[in-house]
Design a protein around this ligand. Structure first.
Ligand SMILES: *Cc1c(COP(=O)(O)O)cnc(C)c1O
Length: 401
C-alpha cells in the first residue's frame, strides 16, 4: 500500500490520538528508520528512549527467537524462569530488594501508587495516603498516573482526577517541605524530567528530598521510566546523585521495545504487600523478560555507560555551538544522551523541517525539541544529526551559519 493510501485508511479506522507526519515507517536497522518510499531517517527518537540498541538489534532478535521456541506465556499463576532471572539481575545491580513486573510505564506508576498507599496505612494509619508530586512532571495517562502528573493541560476534560496528590516546585525542596503533613505517605519525582522539557534535578534537591522523607518517614519514589537504565550514563539515573529511593519505576528501554514495566522496591515497602494485593495477566511475560535480561546486561557494562557519558558531552558541546550561532536557540539542557534544545521557533515546525532533512526528533515541554538517540549511537551519527539540524534551522530562516 502506498503511503498516501495507508494514511487515508488510518484516518478512517484509527482513533485520532496522535498527530503523525506524512510518511509511513516500514523497517528499521540500527540508528536508521526507512519509510515505504525508501527514504532513510536518522532516528534520534528511538521509540522515545525505548530502543536502547537501535532497531532490529541482532542480539535481541536471537534471544527473542530462542525464547519464542520455548515459552511465550503461561500467566503469573505459575513460576517461570525469565522473570526470576531478570528480577535477580535488577536486585543485584540496584538499591532494590524486590521487583514487580507489569507492561508499561503507566502501569509501573499505578503499582507504585498502590504500594505507597498500602505502606503508608500500615506505617502511619488510615489517614496516610497522599503523594507529593512535582509541577511539570509526567507519570502517565491512566487515572492514577495522570492524577500524579503535574501538567494540567493533560488532565483537562478528564476530571475528576484521583484525590490525594499535591504539587510542589521541581528543584525547590522548601516547596515540598511546605506540603508535608500527617496525610503524606510519599514523594514522587523524575531525577530528570523527560516530557516536561529535560530538566535534571539538582543534587541538592534529591538529597534534600531523601532527608525530608527520612525525617518524616515517607517513601521516596523515583520515576526513572525515561531517564533510567543507561540513558544518563549511569545504570540508574539516581546513582550519580548519591541518593537511593524506596521505590523506583522503570519501563521504556528495559526490553528494547517489547512492552515491559517494573517497580523496584525495598524490603521495608515490600513487607506491606501480600499475595492478592496486585497483579497482571501479561506483566513480566517470558518473551519480554528474556529480552530485557540481555538488554540490561549490556547496558550495565561500565564501558557502555562511560561511552554514553562521553557521547552525551560531545553532543551537548555541538548543540552549544549551534546555540552560539543561532538566535532562535535559547537553551541547551541535557544529562547523558537525554538532550533538549529550547527554541523560539514553533517546535513542531522544527521537527517537521528536521524530518524533511532525514532526522527524527521529538518535542518536550512547550518550547523545546528533544534528542534521545540509541545508547550505542556513534560520533559520526551525532555529527550527521547536527548537520541535518543546522540545515533544518537554515531552511526555516533561523540564522545559523
Ligand atoms: C513515558 C513515561 C511514562 C509513561 O510510560 P508509558 O509506558 O507510556 O505508559 C511515565 N513516566 C515517565 C517519566 C515517562 O517518560
Amino acid at each position: 500500500m502506498k503511503a498516501k493510501e495507508l494514511i487515508e485508511l488510518e484516518q478512517r479506522v484509527l482513533l485520532n490520538t496522535y498527530a503523525r507526519p506524512d510518511f509511513v515507517i516500514e523497517r528499521g536497522e540500527g540508528t536508521y528508520l526507512y519509510d515505504t518510499e525508501g527514504r532513510a531517517y536518522l532516528d534520534f527518537v528511538a521509540g522515545i528512549a525505548v530502543c536502547a540498541f537501535g532497531h532490529a538489534d541482532p542480539r535481541s532478535q536471537a534471544v527473542l527467537a530462542e525464547q519464542a521456541e520455548r515459552l511465550w506465556h503461561c500467566s503469573n499463576l505459575y513460576h517461570s524462569q525469565p522473570q526470576v532471572k531478570l528480577a535477580r539481575f535488577l536486585v543485584e545491580h540496584t538499591f532494590a530488594d524486590k521487583v514487580f513486573f507489569c507492561n508499561s510505564g503507566t502501569e509501573a506508576i499505578e503499582a507504585a501508587i498502590k504500594f505507597a498507599r498500602k505502606w503508608g496505612r500500615a506505617e502511619h494509619g488510615e489517614h496516610c495516603c497522599e503523594i507529593i508530586s512535582m509541577k511539570r512532571s509526567f507519570h502517565g495517562r491512566t487515572y492514577g498516573a495522570l492524577s500524579a502528573t503535574g501538567q494540567q493541560h493533560l488532565q483537562q476534560g478528564f476530571e475528576p482526577m484521583l484525590p490525594g496528590f499535591r504539587f510542589a516546585e521541581f528543584n525547590d525542596s522548601a516547596s515540598v517541605a511546605a506540603l508535608i503533613d500527617e496525610r503524606t505517605c510519599a514523594v514522587i519525582v523524575e531525577p530528570v524530567q523527560g516530557e516536561g522539557g529535560i530538566y535534571p534535578a539538582t543534587e541538592e534537591f534529591l538529597q534534600s528530598l531523601r532527608r525530608l522523607c527520612d525525617e518524616h518517614r515517607l517513601l521516596l519514589i523515583f520515576d526513572e521510566i525515561q531517564c533510567g537504565f543507561g540513558r544518563t550514563g549511569t545504570f540508574c539515573a539516581h546513582e550519580s546523585y548519591g541518593v537511593t529511593p524506596d521505590i523506583l519505576t522503570a519501563a521504556k528501554p528495559i526490553a528494547a521495545g517489547l512492552p515491559l514495566g517494573a517497580v523496584l522496591l525495598t524490603d521495608a515497602v515490600a513487607a506491606a504487600i501480600k499475595p492478592g494485593d496486585h497483579g497482571s495477566t501479561f506483566g513480566g511475560g517470558p518473551l519480554a523478560t528474556a529480552v530485557a535480561l540481555d538488554v540490561l546486561e549490556r547496558i550495565a557494562q561500565p564501558s557502555l555507560l562511560q561511552e554514553v557519558r562521553e557521547k552525551g558531552e560531545y553532543f551537548r558541546d555541538r548543540l552549544l555551538e549551534i546555540k552560539k550561532e543561532c538566535a532562535a536557540v535559547v537553551d541547551v539542557r541535557s544529562r547523558g544522551l537525554m538532550l533538549a534544545l529550547e527554541v523560539t521557533l514553533d517546535p513542531k515546525e522544527l521537527i517537521g523541517a528536521c524530518a524533511r532533512e532525514g532526522l527524527l526528533i521529538c518535542k518536550t515541554g512547550s518550547q523545546a525539541v528533544r534528542f534521545l538517540p540509541p545508547l550505542n549511537v556513534t560520533v559520526p551519527q551525532i555529527d550527521e544529526a547536527i548537520e541535518k539540524l543546522r540545515r533544518a534551522l537554515h531552511n526555516m530562516g533561523a540564522f545559523c551559519d
